[in-house]
Design a protein around this ligand. Structure first.
Ligand code: BES
Ligand code: MN
Ligand code: ZN
Length: 489
């Protein structure tokens, strides 16, 4: 896989086209027009590109799609990828074209004739993101990743535009790797160690161990992890690229490295998917990585609760009552509604310690959000229209789906407990809303807050636009943009 930083932007040299081996990509607009490099390629290949463009098949292609001409005469290359793309494509179209190139590249070297395209960097980003794969646990020979070069009119300008995008893509890859990793590898210890390693990038990373969490009174978080042999942890990552003294923006993540359901154990079929239940924490980690790599001019703190939800003789049980760090008491109805127990304490701790100017939590919180929104949109819940609007705008710009869902006092009736202040499940109806409503109990009224339920978007069985099957890294690009557009400079 070419990491985005490995994609080279090179000077236009039309003489290279005839002798380039591997694959060559050319962009053709809706009317069949090409730039100078494309025309050169066309004439060298004895008008093979032109002939393809004249077919009904080209007519039927949508923007960003491609067709391959195999073993073209007149060229050293063994394939030409003809991509349909206007001369001023949208960001989404450019990224889609890049993603199609990643699939067509398939390990070969690739020369992309991008000429004067104003979106060359976005095409490269799409190529890098879709070129990702997770093969650390495959043995046997792994094909060498093909080299990718973009032949452009002004390599320096394109490389400059691509640099912050490469930082974000590295963040997305970090999130995907964490989320794809099995739970015997990504234990709470291993997760914390991978976060601590980001100190090399200039992040402050602090790991709070169980004894400290107990002292802080994080009893609802500790209750989730107490059945596991892996110790529970809270990890705080700080990026201080803004003005000293300015309140940070806070990102909070659910990091359940494996969710068996605990004593309220899940059915066996499909349980292996619960390795992704740390996806929220994974996104927080990926955003922090991207911010550090591109040296963002903002103060941002990322706080993740890392636990494993296991059944055992020391596990918590349905009926247990716990006093949260905030002081509210919680009755456990289902030990499988563990994410909200983790977040209750982490949200409270984050507000008490950092007094953030805004706060967004991410969690693979409910199966119900999959029923409501499928894999296309994350559920967005918020107490603040302005922050909510900022997020939706950023998500839209990055092509990451999010849909606002309601919060409201009437739902509180569903999570009223007979013996404690609140219970951790609200029955079958409005499952994602009662979960969000539970979280809101631990959010101060004057803190602008969004909750993102990413259970449907963090990990998808089939491929999505910019990701192969598996972890998507959904949210890293939107949150990076939210910070860039609203909390920097
Ligand atoms: N981690 C799950 C939610 C989930 C489900 C994530 C499917 C990804 C895919 C969460 O901890 C959970 O078990 N939620 C329960 C809540 C219920 C017990 C109130 C659920 O959704 O069934
Ligand atoms: Mn659960
Ligand atoms: Zn869970």
């Amino acid at each position: 896989m070419p990491t985005p930083a490995e994609i080279r932007f090179i000077d236009t040299d039309l003489d290279q086209i005839a002798v380039t081996t591997g694959k060559i990509a050319v962009f053709v607009d809706m009317d069949g027009r090409m730039d100078a490099a494309g025309r050169k390629l066309n004439s060298l290949s004895r008008k093979a590109v032109e002939r393809l463009v004249a077919t009904d098949a080209f007519e039927r292609m949508s923007v960003g799609d491609l067709m391959t001409i195999g073993y073209p005469a007149g060229l050293a290359a063994d394939a030409v990828c003809v991509v349909k793309l206007g001369r001023r494509p949208s960001v989404a179209e450019a990224r889609k074209a890049g993603a199609q190139l990643a699939k067509a590249q398939n390990g070969h070297d690739l020369l992309v004739l991008a000429g004067t395209s104003p979106r060359a960097a976005d095409i490269a980003l799409g190529l890098a993101l879709r070129g990702y794969h997770f093969d650390t646990h495959k043995t046997g020979e792994k094909p060498a990743p093909g080299k990718v070069g973009f032949m452009v009119a002004d390599p320096e300008t394109v490389a400059k535009a691509a640099a912050p995008m490469a930082a974000v893509a590295e963040g997305v890859f970090f999130t995907r790797d964490l989320t794809n990793e099995p739970a015997n590898v990504l234990t709470t210890d291993d997760f914390a160690a991978r976060l601590a390693a980001m100190q090399d990038l200039g992040l402050d990373v602090e790991i709070l161990e169980e004894s400290e969490l107990a002292k802080l009174g994080m009893r609802t978080l500790l209750a989730v992890g107490q059945g596991s042999d892996s110790p529970s942890k809270v990890v705080v990552m700080s990026w201080n690229g803004g003005k000293t003294g300015d309140a940070p923006f806070a990102l909070v993540g659910k990091g359940v490295v494996f969710d068996t359901g605990g004593i309220s154990i899940k059915p066996a079929a499909g349980m292996e998917k619960m390795t992704m239940d740390m996806g929220g924490a994974g996104v927080v980690a990926g955003v922090m990585r991207a911010l550090a790599l591109r040296k963002a001019k903002a103060n941002v703190v990322g706080v993740v609760g890392l636990v494993e939800n296991m059944p055992s003789g020391s596990a918590s049980r349905p009926g247990d009552v716990l006093r949260s760090m905030k002081g509210d008491t919680v009755e456990i109805i289902s030990t499988d509604a563990e994410g909200r127990m983790v977040l209750a304490d982490v949200l409270w701790y984050t507000q008490e310690r950092f007094k953030p100017c805004g706060m967004i939590d991410l969690a693979t919180l409910t199966g119900a959000i999959l029923i409501a929104l499928g894999h296309e949109n994350a559920g967005l819940f918020s107490n603040d229209d302005a922050l909510c609007g900022q997020f939706l705008k950023a998500a839209q710009a990055e092509g990451e789906g999010a849909w606002r869902m309601p919060l409201g006092k009437p739902y509180d009736a569903l999570i009223k407990s007979k013996i404690a202040d609140i219970k951790n499940t609200g029955g079958r109806t409005a499952g994602s809303i009662t979960a969000a409503q539970f979280l809101q109990r631990f959010v101060k009224d004057d803190v602008p807050w969004c909750h993102l339920d990413i259970a449907g978007v963090a990990h998808v069985d089939g491929e999505t636009g910019l990701a192969p099957a598996g972890a998507t890294g959904w949210g890293v690009m939107a949150l990076n943009r939210l910070i860039a557009d609203n909390y920097e400079g």
